[in-house]
Design a protein around this ligand. Structure first.
Ligand SMILES: NC(=O)c1ccc[n+]([C@@H]2O[C@H](COP(=O)([O-])OP(=O)(O)OC[C@H]3O[C@@H](n4cnc5c(N)ncnc54)[C@H](OP(=O)(O)O)[C@@H]3O)[C@@H](O)[C@H]2O)c1
Length: 420
C-alpha cells in the first residue's frame, strides 16, 4: 500500500545523501554541506552501510569547507535490508542516492520511496533497470506523490536540459519548436570512477544471461511510456560520419544512448511538446579535413572494439582488474582542471536561416566535479522548489525544468547560452 505525501508533512530530513561514503557520494555530500549554509536551515543527513567511513567523510567535509559538520546525522544500514530502507524513506522528503550499480543495489530503495511518497534522485544510466522500475512502479508513484527522477548527473542533465533550453529559445524567438536537435561534444576532460566502471561491467554481466538487456540499452525509445516506444530516430551509428551542419567529422559518444533515451522520454512526458516527429542525436566533434577523419575513424574503432571486448566475459574480467575499483576515481586536480564544452544545433522546422546554435559548458570534470553539483542542486530542487508535477517517474527536464535550469546557472558552474 502506498502513502500519499503531503508537502507540509514534517519528516526528520529534507534530504538524505545515500551512499555518502562512495566516490561521488562524498563529493555530493560536500557540495550539499556548502549549499546548506547558503540556503539556510537545511535538515539533511548522510547515509550508507559503514559507520566508520561515514564519520570520516563527515569530518573530512568539515575540514574541507571549514566549519563544524559533527552535528550532521549519520544513518547506517544496508541496501538489502528492506526494513531499514523503508524506514529511511519514511524519514526524509528526498533521497539522493549514489549507491550503484543501481541495477544491483537500487530496486528496494525505489520501491520504498514510491510506497512512502518520498522524492528520489540518482545518477542511474542503466536503461534496462530504469525501464523495469518505470513499468513496475509508475502507477503507484502517481498515487503516492513520489517524484522519482533518474539520471541527475552529467548523464543526462546537459542533454535533457539542453534540449529543453533550445526548445524554449526557439519558441521565444520564432514561436516555433526545434524539429531536431544535435548535441555535439566539442571538449571533454575528466576520468571515470570505479563505481561507473562497476555499473558498466554489471550491465555486461547481466546481459550475458538476458539478451533483452542489450536490446533495451540500444532501443532509442526504451524509456518512453509503454505503448509509445517508437519514433523517427534509429540506433546511434558507430561509424565515423561527416556532419555537414557542423562542418566536422563526428565519432560516437559513449553516453549518447542513455542521454538520447532520456531526452525522448522528456518529450513524451511533456505531451510531445517538442513534436511527435522530433529527432535527437549526440556525437563527438573530431575536426575537419583528413586529420578530423583519422581521429573520427580511430575513436569509432576504439569505441566499437571496447564494446566488443567488454561483452566477452573472460576478456572483460581481465581488463576490469586493471581499471579503478569501487571507491576510487579521478584526483582532485583532475576534477578541478576538468571541463566540458558542448555545442547544440536546434533546427527550425521550415526556415534554415532561423536555426539556433547553442552552447553548454561546465567548470569541472563532467563525471564527478560537475555531476556532484548537478545532483546536489537536483536534490535541493526536489526538496525546496514549488514543482508543478505530481508523483511519477520523471526526467530532470520534465520534473524540474526551468527551476533546475536556474539553479544550475547560478550554483553549479554550468552555462546554457545561445551563440547564433
Ligand atoms: N550519471 C553520471 O553522470 C554519473 C557520474 C558518476 C557516477 N555515476 C554512477 O553513480 C554510481 C556511484 O558511483 P561511484 O563511483 O560513486 O561509486 P562508489 O565509489 O563505488 O560508491 C558506491 C557507494 O555505494 C555504497 N554501497 C555499495 N553497496 C551497498 C549496500 N549494499 N548498501 C549500502 N551502500 C552500499 C558504497 O558503500 P561503501 O563505501 O561502504 O563501500 C558507496 O558508498 C555508479 O552507479 C555510477 O555509474 C553516474
Amino acid at each position: 500500500m502506498s502513502v500519499r505525501i503531503r508537502e507540509s508533512e514534517q519528516r526528520d530530513f529534507e534530504v538524505v545523501v545515500w551512499g555518502a561514503s562512495g566516490f561521488t557520494g562524498k563529493l555530493t555530500a560536500a557540495r550539499l554541506a556548502r549549499r546548506s549554509r547558503e540556503v539556510g536551515g537545511l535538515r539533511w543527513a548522510l547515509g550508507g552501510r559503514n559507520a566508520a567511513k561515514l564519520e570520516s567523510v563527515r569530518k573530512e567535509i568539515g575540514e574541507e569547507i571549514g566549519f563544524d559538520t559533527s552535528s550532521i546525522p549519520i544513518l547506517v544500514g544496508d541496501s538489502a535490508d528492506d526494513r531499514f530502507i523503508a524506514e529511511l524513506s519514511r524519514r526524509t522528503h528526498v533521497v539522493c542516492t549514489t549507491v550503484g550499480p543501481y541495477a544491483k543495489y537500487g530496486s528496494a530503495l525505489v520501491a520504498a520511496c514510491v510506497a512512502n511518497g518520498t522524492h528520489y534522485c540518482d545518477l542511474a544510466g542503466e536503461a534496462h533497470w530504469m525501464q523495469r522500475m518505470i513499468d513496475r512502479y509508475q502507477d503507484e508513484a502517481g498515487s503516492s506523490g513520489a517524484r522519482i527522477v533518474f539520471s541527475c548527473g552529467f548523464d543526462c542533465i546537459p542533454s535533457d536540459l539542453g534540449a529543453l533550453f533550445m526548445q524554449r529559445e526557439m519558441a521565444k524567438r520564432h514561436d516555433q519548436r526545434c524539429s531536431a536537435i544535435q548535441f555535439r561534444v566539442a571538449r571533454f576532460s575528466g576520468g571515470a570512477s570505479g563505481g561507473t566502471i562497476a555499473s558498466m561491467l554489471n550491465l555486461m554481466e547481466e546481459a550475458e544471461s538476458d539478451s533483452q538487456i542489450m536490446h533495451t540499452t540500444n532501443d532509442p525509445y526504451a524509456l518512453n511510456p509503454r505503448g509509445e516506444r517508437n519514433g523517427p530516430d534509429g540506433w546511434q551509428p558507430l561509424a565515423p560520419t561527416y556532419d555537414c551542419d557542423f562542418g566536422q567529422w563526428i565519432a560516437p559518444f559513449l553516453m549518447a544512448g542513455i542521454d538520447s533515451q532520456v531526452v525522448r522520454r522528456s518529450n513524451a512526458l511533456l505531451n510531445y511538446g517538442y513534436g511527435s516527429g522530433f529527432r535527437y542525436n549526440e556525437a563527438v566533434l573530431m575536426g575537419s579535413g583528413p586529420l578530423g577523419f583519422a581521429k573520427a575513424a580511430a575513436t569509432s574503432a576504439v569505441t566499437a572494439g571496447l564494446i566488443a571486448a567488454m561483452s566477452v566475459g573472460p576478456i572483460r574480467r581481465r581488463i576490469s582488474g586493471r581499471l579503478p575499483s569501487p571507491g576510487e576515481g579521478p584526483s582532485k586536480q583532475k576534477r578541478d582542471t576538468g571541463c566540458f564544452d558542448i555545442r547544440l544545433r536546434g533546427e527550425h522546422p521550415t526556415d534554415p536561416a532561423k536555426t539556433l546554435w547553442g552552447r553548454i559548458t561546465g567548470d569541472r570534470d563532467p563525471g564527478y566535479g560537475s555531476t556532484s553539483k548537478m545532483l546536489a542542486e537536483s536534490a535541493l530542487c526536489l526538496a525546496r522548489d514549488p514543482l508543478t508535477v505530481g508523483g511519477g517517474f520523471w526526467t530532470p527536464a520534465a520534473a524540474m525544468g526551468e527551476p533546475l535550469l536556474a539553479r544550475l546557472l547560478e550554483h553549479a558552474g554550468v552555462t546554457f547560452e545561445i551563440t547564433g
